[in-house]
Design a protein around this ligand. Sequence first.
Ligand SMILES: [Cu+2]
Length: 207
Amino acid sequence: MKKTISTSTKISVVMGLTALVSLSAFAHNHGQHGNKEQGHGQQERAQAHGSHAHLYPANMVVHLRPTRGNEGKFGMVTFERTDDGVKVMAHLEGMPANSTHGFHVHEFGDCSAPDATSAGSHFNPNETQHGARDAEHRHVGDLGNIETNRSGMAHVEFVDQGLTMRGPHSILGRAVVVHEQADDLTSQPVGNAGARVLCGVIGVAKN
Ligand SMILES: [Cu+2]
């Protein structure tokens, strides 16, 4: 009998400690907004504050892998939220020298097909026309072109006003595709950029 009581006491102590640890983790994560974030309306408040990394990660990353027949090509893209828009940094290697390649966010985070057609078409949640990155009408996923140097490398950085990193139109979980040819920025619906040479899924970055 005594042993039973002792065991159950131990269990409740352990449970109490677990609860304390959980509570302090919650308080740490939520900081001063902890009390406001319960119940409905959580998403709207998070959008207003913009600092809730646990709901909307600040940074996203994509590792671009070659489609079949394009072995040796690779790349990486990062997306970072700033006050002026989404800062995009793209780095490509192993590409043809001095060439221009269409660069888009596509609708599905699925690069499994050998030609990456599994990524679907351009990410276009507003059902607008295809266009240049700074055009009045463009798909959310229209990021123009990337030009490589004489070594077949490219490094571009720009801040984009059309990308969205939170809410129903977030690019998280979708795909970045680099095409074999240039996006002419006018042909509908996808700029006539030809085959897909690189594809990667947009994920949450470590920081
Ligand atoms: Cu594309």
